[in-house]
Design a protein around this ligand. Sequence first.
Ligand code: GTP
Length: 487
Amino acid sequence: MRVVWLLLSLLVAHLVLANRSGHAEDVWPQLTMLAVQGTALWAVFMRYKRSPTLIRLPWLLLALAVLMQVLWGSTNLLTTVLGDKGGYLSALATVFSSLYVIPCIFMVSRSFVRNEPRAVAVLDLGMSCVVAGLLYEFFTQMLSGPLAKDPSSIYIVLYQADAIDFSLAIMAILRLLGARSFRWRFFYYAASSYLLVNAIVATVYNRVELHGLPWWAGSLIDIPHALLALVATRQPPRWLRAYRPSLVVSQTIASFAPIILSMMVVVLGVSMTRISFVLGLSTACASVLFYGLRVAFIQSRHMDMQRAGDLSALRLEQQVGRDPLTGIANRATLDTRLREALQEGQRTGQCCSLLMIDIDFFKQYNDSLGHVAGDACLVSVAAALSSQLRACDLVARYGGEEFVVVLMDASAERAVEAGRRMAGVIERLDIPHRCSPYERITVSIGISTQTPDILMDPVFLLEEADRALYLAKNNGRDRVEVADEVR
Ligand SMILES: Nc1nc2c(ncn2[C@@H]2O[C@H](COP(=O)(O)OP(=O)(O)OP(=O)(O)O)[C@@H](O)[C@H]2O)c(=O)[nH]1
């Protein structure tokens, strides 16, 4: 409430002082105008300080834009006090007016996403500076160069300034409509209110100035600044919280926002052809090049991200079906692949064998050497089993110290051979086991086989192999038994 009273007093004081002096550009009216601008700057700066990190930069940019206006006002005040013999102060005022567009362009065109390549931010900053440089050159040449004699020059300058001011305002409104987070909506609400009212005021002020500034004209400049100070210090309106654009709208607006930067450079380039054809043409070309580079950088980042995404999806897919300790297939993969293998075997008329492999006296191994050694032993056994398989076979950890091997195109005899070979390989690992009568790690294997004439249920095949394994254990371990012989 105090800010409202302060602003009201300043606005009234400005009008009264200007009216009494009869001149908009006297010291006291200009000082009150600076006080209004200063209040806006303070209000925006406070928002910047209080905002969370992600939204701080845009508030800072808005504060910088207002600062340029304050510097422009201060330069005009200095001109009133000191005079401007060499025209340096009015040149400086033009510099500040041109610099004002840099933060404005930046805040309406940037996407402010964290994963944007740094090169894009550098490009945007570079192009914003190009816009400011071109504006300065254009205004200076048109207003004090040889072209200043042409009566139409001043109108061209005015239209150019209007085009820039209104483009910024429209873009800020679009960003407001496309902002999905309330904090961003609030920022663009403040920025668009300021830029739109500023554009309207500038249009009126510049035209009024053509015929000599009336005493009240300076107060026009107070309006956008007072509005900004109010918006930044007061509670946001309710509709701002309620409104929420769809993701499509939001993404479309954010992706198209940078186009304003290129458009401004093209428009300025076209206007510059009046002063120098070569400069105008090169500017327009630079704009196309800039936009192309920008798209290329962003696309390359997206491709990197997509590659990384694909890779992690692949890794995830692989991990989901794998046993985390041994890296071989897990029970879930075994269930699917075993069913497929049995169907495939029946379809192609081939036998399909299943080997259930269990490490002997593993509890004692664990108890004597600890679980870490037990884990290492499981990893070695899994690797040894894997090394014995063809590409079409499968080894999976069935649970605990039990493994299952599925052999395609393998009769019971071939499965026994393979089982013995695997048991031999594990023995040759020569993992010492003090508590085993064999003094090293050995395995017992139970085998079941599906013949081509009948499609067996995977659970049944597993039970058969388990029964054979039970027999192998009972018969003294470190051996291979076949289910058919068990029945
Ligand atoms: N280190 C380790 N041990 C495991 C893991 N999973 C199961 N075990 C252990 O494996 C042992 C299995 O013991 P048992 O089922 O009695 O089998 P065994 O001692 O090998 O006896 P037999 O099979 O009859 O020779 C238990 O001590 C479990 O704690 C694992 O992931 N890591």
